[in-house]
Design a protein around this ligand. Structure first.
Ligand code: ADE
Length: 391
Protein backbone atom coordinates (compact mmCIF):
# COMPACT_ATOMS: atom_id res chain seq x y z
CA UNK A 1 0.00 0.00 0.00
CA UNK A 2 2.05 2.85 -1.29
CA UNK A 3 -0.17 5.62 0.01
CA UNK A 4 1.44 8.93 0.82
CA UNK A 5 -0.34 8.84 4.15
CA UNK A 6 -2.53 6.16 5.74
CA UNK A 7 -5.54 8.48 5.84
CA UNK A 8 -6.84 8.04 2.36
CA UNK A 9 -10.31 6.63 1.71
CA UNK A 10 -11.06 5.03 -1.63
CA UNK A 11 -14.68 4.50 -2.50
CA UNK A 12 -17.21 3.46 -5.10
CA UNK A 13 -20.97 4.10 -5.20
CA UNK A 14 -23.42 1.98 -7.16
CA UNK A 15 -27.12 1.71 -7.70
CA UNK A 16 -28.93 -1.58 -8.30
CA UNK A 17 -32.53 -2.36 -9.14
CA UNK A 18 -34.96 -4.62 -7.40
CA UNK A 19 -37.00 -7.19 -9.24
CA UNK A 20 -40.29 -8.95 -8.96
CA UNK A 21 -40.62 -12.59 -9.90
CA UNK A 22 -43.24 -13.79 -12.35
CA UNK A 23 -42.10 -17.40 -12.01
CA UNK A 24 -41.50 -17.64 -8.28
CA UNK A 25 -38.51 -18.92 -6.38
CA UNK A 26 -40.33 -21.65 -4.45
CA UNK A 27 -37.71 -22.75 -1.99
CA UNK A 28 -34.12 -23.81 -1.34
CA UNK A 29 -32.37 -27.14 -1.77
CA UNK A 30 -29.30 -25.80 0.07
CA UNK A 31 -29.74 -23.16 2.80
CA UNK A 32 -26.09 -22.11 3.08
CA UNK A 33 -25.22 -21.80 -0.60
CA UNK A 34 -28.79 -20.60 -1.34
CA UNK A 35 -29.52 -23.07 -4.12
CA UNK A 36 -33.12 -23.12 -5.33
CA UNK A 37 -35.41 -26.04 -6.07
CA UNK A 38 -36.53 -24.52 -9.38
CA UNK A 39 -35.66 -22.06 -12.13
CA UNK A 40 -37.28 -18.63 -11.69
CA UNK A 41 -37.89 -15.54 -13.84
CA UNK A 42 -38.04 -11.94 -12.63
CA UNK A 43 -38.63 -8.56 -14.22
CA UNK A 44 -36.14 -5.91 -13.16
CA UNK A 45 -37.94 -2.74 -12.06
CA UNK A 46 -36.86 0.73 -13.15
CA UNK A 47 -34.25 1.89 -10.59
CA UNK A 48 -35.41 5.48 -10.88
CA UNK A 49 -38.48 4.33 -8.92
CA UNK A 50 -37.13 1.47 -6.77
CA UNK A 51 -33.46 0.79 -6.07
CA UNK A 52 -30.69 0.27 -3.56
CA UNK A 53 -27.76 2.70 -3.51
CA UNK A 54 -24.56 1.51 -1.86
CA UNK A 55 -21.20 3.15 -1.20
CA UNK A 56 -18.28 0.86 -0.36
CA UNK A 57 -15.05 2.34 0.96
CA UNK A 58 -11.63 1.00 1.89
CA UNK A 59 -8.98 2.71 3.99
CA UNK A 60 -5.94 1.62 6.01
CA UNK A 61 -7.45 3.68 8.84
CA UNK A 62 -10.57 1.46 9.13
CA UNK A 63 -10.32 -0.89 12.12
CA UNK A 64 -13.03 -3.39 11.14
CA UNK A 65 -15.66 -4.04 8.48
CA UNK A 66 -18.74 -1.90 9.22
CA UNK A 67 -22.08 -1.33 7.55
CA UNK A 68 -24.90 1.23 7.83
CA UNK A 69 -28.28 0.34 6.35
CA UNK A 70 -30.73 3.21 5.88
CA UNK A 71 -28.57 5.29 8.27
CA UNK A 72 -28.38 2.72 11.11
CA UNK A 73 -25.32 0.61 11.84
CA UNK A 74 -25.99 -3.12 11.38
CA UNK A 75 -23.90 -6.20 12.07
CA UNK A 76 -21.98 -7.83 9.23
CA UNK A 77 -21.44 -11.03 11.20
CA UNK A 78 -24.26 -12.96 9.48
CA UNK A 79 -23.31 -15.80 7.19
CA UNK A 80 -24.81 -14.11 4.12
CA UNK A 81 -22.71 -10.95 4.41
CA UNK A 82 -19.61 -12.93 5.39
CA UNK A 83 -19.95 -15.25 2.40
CA UNK A 84 -20.29 -12.34 -0.03
CA UNK A 85 -17.35 -10.41 1.45
CA UNK A 86 -15.09 -13.49 1.48
CA UNK A 87 -15.96 -14.51 -2.10
CA UNK A 88 -15.39 -11.00 -3.46
CA UNK A 89 -12.10 -10.60 -1.56
CA UNK A 90 -10.95 -13.93 -3.02
CA UNK A 91 -11.40 -12.56 -6.52
CA UNK A 92 -9.94 -9.07 -5.97
CA UNK A 93 -7.16 -7.78 -8.27
CA UNK A 94 -4.52 -5.04 -8.02
CA UNK A 95 -5.79 -1.47 -8.22
CA UNK A 96 -4.02 1.84 -8.60
CA UNK A 97 -5.14 5.45 -8.30
CA UNK A 98 -2.10 7.21 -9.73
CA UNK A 99 -3.44 10.72 -9.08
CA UNK A 100 -3.77 10.05 -5.36
CA UNK A 101 -0.72 7.78 -5.11
CA UNK A 102 -2.79 4.83 -3.89
CA UNK A 103 -1.94 1.28 -4.84
CA UNK A 104 -3.46 -1.91 -3.41
CA UNK A 105 -2.02 -5.25 -4.42
CA UNK A 106 -4.27 -8.27 -4.81
CA UNK A 107 -2.97 -10.02 -1.69
CA UNK A 108 -3.50 -6.89 0.46
CA UNK A 109 -7.32 -6.83 0.17
CA UNK A 110 -7.68 -9.51 2.85
CA UNK A 111 -6.00 -7.23 5.43
CA UNK A 112 -7.92 -4.05 4.61
CA UNK A 113 -11.27 -3.27 6.19
CA UNK A 114 -14.38 -1.92 4.49
CA UNK A 115 -17.07 0.60 5.33
CA UNK A 116 -20.42 0.12 3.58
CA UNK A 117 -23.44 2.45 3.56
CA UNK A 118 -26.65 1.51 1.80
CA UNK A 119 -30.05 3.10 1.30
CA UNK A 120 -33.16 1.57 -0.15
CA UNK A 121 -35.45 3.93 -2.03
CA UNK A 122 -38.45 1.93 -0.78
CA UNK A 123 -39.43 0.46 2.58
CA UNK A 124 -37.14 -2.40 3.68
CA UNK A 125 -39.25 -5.46 4.52
CA UNK A 126 -42.19 -4.20 2.45
CA UNK A 127 -42.05 -7.40 0.44
CA UNK A 128 -40.30 -5.57 -2.36
CA UNK A 129 -37.09 -7.59 -2.55
CA UNK A 130 -34.97 -5.02 -0.71
CA UNK A 131 -32.36 -7.61 0.25
CA UNK A 132 -32.20 -8.74 -3.38
CA UNK A 133 -31.46 -5.20 -4.60
CA UNK A 134 -29.18 -4.66 -1.58
CA UNK A 135 -26.97 -7.70 -2.08
CA UNK A 136 -26.83 -7.18 -5.85
CA UNK A 137 -25.69 -3.60 -5.23
CA UNK A 138 -23.18 -4.60 -2.56
CA UNK A 139 -21.58 -7.28 -4.71
CA UNK A 140 -21.56 -5.04 -7.79
CA UNK A 141 -19.99 -2.10 -5.89
CA UNK A 142 -17.39 -4.29 -4.14
CA UNK A 143 -16.46 -5.93 -7.46
CA UNK A 144 -15.79 -2.46 -8.94
CA UNK A 145 -13.84 -1.27 -5.88
CA UNK A 146 -11.70 -4.41 -5.82
CA UNK A 147 -11.35 -4.69 -9.59
CA UNK A 148 -12.88 -8.15 -9.84
CA UNK A 149 -12.44 -9.22 -13.44
CA UNK A 150 -13.73 -12.14 -15.49
CA UNK A 151 -16.99 -13.87 -16.05
CA UNK A 152 -20.19 -11.91 -15.19
CA UNK A 153 -21.86 -15.08 -13.93
CA UNK A 154 -19.38 -15.14 -11.01
CA UNK A 155 -20.98 -11.99 -9.57
CA UNK A 156 -24.43 -13.53 -9.88
CA UNK A 157 -23.17 -16.63 -8.01
CA UNK A 158 -21.76 -14.45 -5.21
CA UNK A 159 -24.86 -12.22 -4.97
CA UNK A 160 -26.98 -15.40 -4.78
CA UNK A 161 -25.18 -16.30 -1.54
CA UNK A 162 -26.43 -13.05 0.00
CA UNK A 163 -30.03 -13.31 -1.19
CA UNK A 164 -31.29 -15.80 -3.78
CA UNK A 165 -33.12 -13.24 -5.91
CA UNK A 166 -30.07 -10.93 -5.84
CA UNK A 167 -28.59 -13.25 -8.48
CA UNK A 168 -31.24 -11.82 -10.86
CA UNK A 169 -30.88 -8.14 -9.87
CA UNK A 170 -27.49 -7.87 -11.60
CA UNK A 171 -29.25 -7.64 -14.95
CA UNK A 172 -31.92 -5.43 -16.47
CA UNK A 173 -35.06 -6.50 -18.32
CA UNK A 174 -36.37 -10.04 -17.90
CA UNK A 175 -33.94 -12.32 -16.08
CA UNK A 176 -33.87 -16.07 -15.50
CA UNK A 177 -32.10 -17.66 -12.55
CA UNK A 178 -31.09 -21.15 -13.62
CA UNK A 179 -31.28 -23.43 -10.60
CA UNK A 180 -28.24 -25.45 -11.71
CA UNK A 181 -27.41 -29.02 -10.79
CA UNK A 182 -23.97 -28.85 -9.15
CA UNK A 183 -23.75 -29.32 -5.39
CA UNK A 184 -21.28 -26.44 -5.06
CA UNK A 185 -23.65 -24.01 -6.84
CA UNK A 186 -21.22 -23.24 -9.67
CA UNK A 187 -24.00 -23.46 -12.29
CA UNK A 188 -26.72 -21.69 -10.28
CA UNK A 189 -26.69 -18.13 -11.65
CA UNK A 190 -28.88 -15.70 -13.55
CA UNK A 191 -28.87 -14.79 -17.23
CA UNK A 192 -30.63 -11.98 -19.05
CA UNK A 193 -33.49 -13.23 -21.25
CA UNK A 194 -34.22 -9.84 -22.86
CA UNK A 195 -33.09 -6.35 -21.93
CA UNK A 196 -35.27 -3.60 -20.51
CA UNK A 197 -36.06 -2.10 -23.94
CA UNK A 198 -37.32 -5.33 -25.44
CA UNK A 199 -40.86 -5.14 -24.04
CA UNK A 200 -40.92 -1.40 -23.50
CA UNK A 201 -44.67 -0.96 -23.64
CA UNK A 202 -45.14 -2.81 -20.37
CA UNK A 203 -46.15 -0.91 -17.22
CA UNK A 204 -45.99 -2.25 -13.69
CA UNK A 205 -48.08 -0.91 -10.82
CA UNK A 206 -47.39 -1.94 -7.23
CA UNK A 207 -50.05 -1.47 -4.56
CA UNK A 208 -47.94 -1.20 -1.38
CA UNK A 209 -49.31 -3.26 1.18
CA UNK A 210 -45.76 -27.62 -11.72
CA UNK A 211 -43.07 -25.16 -12.37
CA UNK A 212 -40.89 -26.64 -15.24
CA UNK A 213 -43.70 -26.53 -17.82
CA UNK A 214 -44.81 -23.08 -16.77
CA UNK A 215 -41.31 -21.64 -16.98
CA UNK A 216 -40.99 -22.71 -20.62
CA UNK A 217 -44.36 -21.15 -21.43
CA UNK A 218 -43.32 -17.96 -19.61
CA UNK A 219 -40.06 -17.73 -21.58
CA UNK A 220 -42.04 -18.08 -24.80
CA UNK A 221 -44.63 -15.47 -23.72
CA UNK A 222 -41.85 -12.98 -22.90
CA UNK A 223 -40.04 -13.66 -26.14
CA UNK A 224 -43.27 -13.12 -28.15
CA UNK A 225 -44.42 -10.14 -26.04
CA UNK A 226 -47.59 -12.21 -25.72
CA UNK A 227 -49.45 -10.37 -22.97
CA UNK A 228 -52.44 -12.75 -22.85
CA UNK A 229 -50.23 -15.78 -22.08
CA UNK A 230 -47.97 -13.71 -19.83
CA UNK A 231 -50.98 -12.53 -17.78
CA UNK A 232 -52.55 -15.98 -17.53
CA UNK A 233 -49.25 -17.56 -16.39
CA UNK A 234 -48.38 -14.77 -13.95
CA UNK A 235 -51.77 -14.87 -12.20
CA UNK A 236 -51.86 -18.68 -12.11
CA UNK A 237 -48.34 -18.82 -10.64
CA UNK A 238 -49.22 -16.32 -7.93
CA UNK A 239 -52.53 -17.99 -7.07
CA UNK A 240 -50.89 -21.41 -6.89
CA UNK A 241 -48.08 -20.07 -4.70
CA UNK A 242 -50.59 -18.65 -2.22
CA UNK A 243 -52.74 -21.80 -2.37
CA UNK A 244 -49.67 -23.83 -1.34
CA UNK A 245 -48.91 -21.31 1.43
CA UNK A 246 -52.46 -21.83 2.74
CA UNK A 247 -52.04 -25.59 2.48
CA UNK A 248 -48.96 -25.72 4.74
CA UNK A 249 -49.22 -26.40 8.44
CA UNK A 250 -49.40 -23.91 10.02
CA UNK A 251 -50.86 -21.99 7.05
CA UNK A 252 -49.04 -18.89 5.77
CA UNK A 253 -51.31 -15.91 5.04
CA UNK A 254 -49.61 -13.34 2.85
CA UNK A 255 -52.70 -11.86 1.25
CA UNK A 256 -55.20 -9.66 3.04
CA UNK A 257 -58.65 -8.33 2.14
CA UNK A 258 -57.14 -5.57 -0.01
CA UNK A 259 -55.04 -8.06 -2.01
CA UNK A 260 -58.14 -10.19 -2.60
CA UNK A 261 -60.16 -7.13 -3.65
CA UNK A 262 -57.53 -6.02 -6.17
CA UNK A 263 -57.41 -9.53 -7.65
CA UNK A 264 -61.22 -9.44 -7.93
CA UNK A 265 -61.13 -6.06 -9.73
CA UNK A 266 -58.58 -7.33 -12.27
CA UNK A 267 -60.34 -10.67 -12.83
CA UNK A 268 -63.69 -8.92 -13.42
CA UNK A 269 -62.15 -6.39 -15.81
CA UNK A 270 -60.30 -9.06 -17.80
CA UNK A 271 -63.40 -11.24 -18.03
CA UNK A 272 -65.57 -8.35 -19.24
CA UNK A 273 -63.14 -7.45 -22.05
CA UNK A 274 -62.53 -11.07 -23.00
CA UNK A 275 -58.70 -10.76 -23.18
CA UNK A 276 -56.33 -10.00 -20.27
CA UNK A 277 -55.84 -6.25 -19.79
CA UNK A 278 -53.79 -6.63 -16.62
CA UNK A 279 -52.04 -9.35 -14.62
CA UNK A 280 -51.37 -9.57 -10.88
CA UNK A 281 -48.73 -11.27 -8.75
CA UNK A 282 -48.03 -11.30 -5.02
CA UNK A 283 -44.92 -12.52 -3.16
CA UNK A 284 -44.45 -13.29 0.52
CA UNK A 285 -45.95 -9.95 1.60
CA UNK A 286 -49.24 -8.14 1.12
CA UNK A 287 -48.24 -5.86 -1.79
CA UNK A 288 -49.89 -6.53 -5.12
CA UNK A 289 -47.83 -6.06 -8.28
CA UNK A 290 -49.86 -5.43 -11.43
CA UNK A 291 -48.79 -5.53 -15.08
CA UNK A 292 -50.61 -3.54 -17.76
CA UNK A 293 -50.11 -4.41 -21.40
CA UNK A 294 -49.35 -0.84 -22.52
CA UNK A 295 -49.62 2.85 -21.59
CA UNK A 296 -53.30 3.05 -22.48
CA UNK A 297 -54.26 0.03 -20.40
CA UNK A 298 -52.02 1.29 -17.57
CA UNK A 299 -54.20 4.43 -17.58
CA UNK A 300 -57.40 2.33 -17.52
CA UNK A 301 -55.94 0.26 -14.67
CA UNK A 302 -55.13 3.39 -12.65
CA UNK A 303 -58.65 4.74 -13.18
CA UNK A 304 -60.03 1.52 -11.70
CA UNK A 305 -57.57 1.41 -8.80
CA UNK A 306 -58.17 5.04 -7.85
CA UNK A 307 -61.93 4.58 -8.20
CA UNK A 308 -61.92 1.78 -5.61
CA UNK A 309 -58.97 3.00 -3.49
CA UNK A 310 -59.12 6.83 -3.48
CA UNK A 311 -56.47 8.66 -1.43
CA UNK A 312 -57.14 9.41 2.20
CA UNK A 313 -55.57 12.87 1.97
CA UNK A 314 -55.69 15.75 -0.51
CA UNK A 315 -52.26 14.96 -1.87
CA UNK A 316 -52.61 12.92 -5.06
CA UNK A 317 -48.97 13.44 -5.92
CA UNK A 318 -47.65 11.50 -2.91
CA UNK A 319 -50.39 8.85 -3.32
CA UNK A 320 -49.29 8.03 -6.86
CA UNK A 321 -45.52 8.01 -7.34
CA UNK A 322 -43.16 7.00 -10.17
CA UNK A 323 -44.47 7.28 -13.74
CA UNK A 324 -46.75 10.24 -13.12
CA UNK A 325 -47.42 10.65 -16.86
CA UNK A 326 -49.91 7.77 -16.49
CA UNK A 327 -52.09 10.03 -14.33
CA UNK A 328 -52.31 12.50 -17.24
CA UNK A 329 -52.98 9.64 -19.65
CA UNK A 330 -55.83 8.64 -17.29
CA UNK A 331 -57.16 12.23 -17.30
CA UNK A 332 -56.56 12.63 -13.57
CA UNK A 333 -55.07 16.06 -12.79
CA UNK A 334 -56.20 16.35 -9.21
CA UNK A 335 -58.34 14.89 -6.48
CA UNK A 336 -61.50 16.36 -8.03
CA UNK A 337 -60.93 14.21 -11.12
CA UNK A 338 -60.40 11.14 -8.91
CA UNK A 339 -63.63 11.85 -7.02
CA UNK A 340 -65.50 12.25 -10.32
CA UNK A 341 -64.32 8.90 -11.70
CA UNK A 342 -67.28 6.89 -13.01
CA UNK A 343 -67.73 3.31 -11.86
CA UNK A 344 -65.94 0.87 -14.20
CA UNK A 345 -68.27 -0.28 -17.02
CA UNK A 346 -67.89 -3.95 -16.05
CA UNK A 347 -69.83 -3.28 -12.82
CA UNK A 348 -73.58 -3.62 -13.45
CA UNK A 349 -75.70 -0.54 -12.72
CA UNK A 350 -77.83 -2.30 -10.14
CA UNK A 351 -74.90 -3.72 -8.15
CA UNK A 352 -73.72 -1.40 -5.37
CA UNK A 353 -69.95 -0.84 -5.62
CA UNK A 354 -68.08 -0.13 -2.43
CA UNK A 355 -64.99 2.10 -2.15
CA UNK A 356 -62.03 1.39 0.10
CA UNK A 357 -60.52 4.76 0.95
CA UNK A 358 -57.35 4.40 3.04
CA UNK A 359 -56.83 0.67 2.38
CA UNK A 360 -53.83 1.27 0.07
CA UNK A 361 -51.12 3.51 1.48
CA UNK A 362 -49.85 4.53 -1.98
CA UNK A 363 -49.23 3.33 -5.52
CA UNK A 364 -45.90 3.08 -7.32
CA UNK A 365 -46.09 3.03 -11.11
CA UNK A 366 -42.91 1.79 -12.75
CA UNK A 367 -41.50 0.02 -15.84
CA UNK A 368 -38.94 -2.66 -16.70
CA UNK A 369 -35.56 -1.15 -15.79
CA UNK A 370 -31.81 -1.49 -16.30
CA UNK A 371 -29.23 -3.41 -14.24
CA UNK A 372 -26.71 -1.93 -11.74
CA UNK A 373 -24.63 1.16 -12.58
CA UNK A 374 -21.78 3.03 -10.95
CA UNK A 375 -22.63 6.49 -9.64
CA UNK A 376 -19.46 8.42 -10.32
CA UNK A 377 -20.63 11.79 -9.03
CA UNK A 378 -19.12 12.12 -5.53
CA UNK A 379 -22.17 14.01 -4.25
CA UNK A 380 -24.11 10.73 -4.56
CA UNK A 381 -21.73 8.85 -2.23
CA UNK A 382 -23.21 7.84 1.11
CA UNK A 383 -19.86 7.88 2.95
CA UNK A 384 -17.76 10.96 3.63
CA UNK A 385 -14.58 10.91 1.43
CA UNK A 386 -12.47 12.35 4.28
CA UNK A 387 -13.14 9.78 7.01
CA UNK A 388 -15.26 7.02 5.42
CA UNK A 389 -18.13 7.56 7.87
CA UNK A 390 -21.78 8.07 6.88
CA UNK A 391 -22.54 11.59 5.63
N1 ADE B 1 -31.06 -5.86 3.17
C1 ADE B 1 -32.11 -5.02 2.92
N2 ADE B 1 -31.70 -3.94 2.24
C2 ADE B 1 -30.35 -4.09 2.04
C3 ADE B 1 -29.35 -3.28 1.41
N3 ADE B 1 -29.65 -2.12 0.82
N4 ADE B 1 -28.08 -3.73 1.40
C4 ADE B 1 -27.77 -4.92 2.00
N5 ADE B 1 -28.66 -5.72 2.60
C5 ADE B 1 -29.94 -5.31 2.64
Amino acid sequence: MAGVSQNWVLMVTAQAPTDFSVIKYWGKRDETLILPVNDSIGVTLDPSHLCATTTVAVSPSFRKDRMWLNGKEISLSGERYQNCLREIRNRASDIEDKKRGIKIRKEEWGKLHLHIASYNSFPTAAGLASSAAGFACLVFALAKLMNVTGDESQLSIIARQGSGSASRCLYGGFVKWNMGKEENGSDSFAIQLVDENYWNDLFIVIAVEVVPKRILQMEEAISNRDFASFAQLTCAESNQFHAVCLDTSPPLFYMNDTSHRIIGIIEKWNRSVGTPQAAYTIDAGPNVVLFARNRKTAASLIRRLLYYFPPNSNDLSSYFVGEKSILQEAGLKDLKDVEALPRPPEIKENVPSQKYKGDVSYFICTRPGRGPVLLSDESQALLNPENGLPK
